[in-house]
Design a protein around this ligand. Structure first.
Ligand code: ZN
Length: 273
């Protein structure tokens, strides 16, 4: 396969994956919230355990529609990037503005997949890296919007990392396993150190699981660099947001995107150590 064909294939796959990522980032937090509410109501005895007739909401149902006029989207309204451009960012019926977040996620997924194709030859390692990239984009988008890193995404990322390194594709398996444990433990210590010192929770448990997953991909030796880059990005983001006049007390900064970006860069760019 020539480099240009490989690049086009991966960018195309990235665009499609970006569309799936958009669907997951919109629907998964709602599904988790509904599930938590149902469990709470059942525990309180306010909801019979086998209540039926509720409208189903999952990754596929109900069909995507305009949030304003509720008109369902046809398949040609969901072509990644192209539909948004052709519709000029507005609903086909009521002209309600469609968020730029959707084409942005698709574009980022395509560009990141293209970067993997540029750095890695065609093969299962490149596809595994692309899959991890799409999971990281979904986690980043959900963490920015909901301050949440769902287990349904972090844990598959961890298993996929260990499976990829089963035959040492990126790092030897023992380094990957120690990386997963060390990733979790390092932030666990930081979490409790910060909590004992200040009485506040500076990190979420999702961050611990995300660093464990990244440790399974990168191996334990890259974890200090990964944390250093992530901390640097976090400080930079805080400074930029302060300059823009955002209060950090009202809007705490999610650390997941910093971990995801730093881990991704170390992971897919072979020359970075
Ligand atoms: Zn509409």
């Amino acid at each position: 396969m020539t480099l240009s064909l490989w690049l086009i294939t991966m960018c195309g796959l990235g665009l499609l994956a970006g569309s799936v990522v958009n669907c997951v980032t919109w629907r998964l937090p709602v599904m988790l919230q509904q599930q938590a509410q149902r469990e709470w109501l059942q525990l309180s005895g306010l909801l019979p355990p086998e209540e039926k007739g509720q409208a189903r909401f999952n990754l596929f149902l109900p069909r995507s529609c305009c949030p304003c006029c509720r008109s369902p989207l046809a398949f040609y309204h969901t072509i990644p990037l192209l539909s948004w451009l052709l519709l000029k960012g507005r609903c086909h019926r009521c002209q309600h503005r469609i968020s730029w977040r959707y084409p942005l996620v698709e574009l980022v997924a395509a560009l990141c997949s293209g970067w993997i194709a540029y750095c890695w030859p065609p093969g299962e390692t490149a596809f595994a890296l692309a899959l991890s990239t799409w999971l990281l984009i979904a986690l980043t988008a959900i963490d920015i919007q909901h301050m949440q890193l769902p287990d349904l995404l972090t844990l598959p990322l961890l298993w996929l990392g260990l499976l990829t390194n089963l035959k040492g594709a990126l790092v030897p398996l023992n380094e990957a396993v120690i990386g997963a444990v060390a990733g979790y433990l390092s932030l666990w210590l930081l979490f409790w150190g910060f909590k004992l010192a200040t009485g506040k929770e500076g990190l979420g448990y999702g961050d611990l699981k995300l660093l464990a997953a990244l440790g399974a991909w990168c191996g334990w030796q890259r974890l200090p660099t990964l944390l250093l880059y992530a901390a640097f990005m976090g400080i930079l983001a805080v400074l930029l947001l302060r300059l823009a006049g955002r209060s950090m007390q009202d809007n705490p900064l999610p650390f997941g995107p910093c971990l995801a970006l730093s881990g991704w860069w170390l992971l897919v760019t072979p020359s970075v150590t």
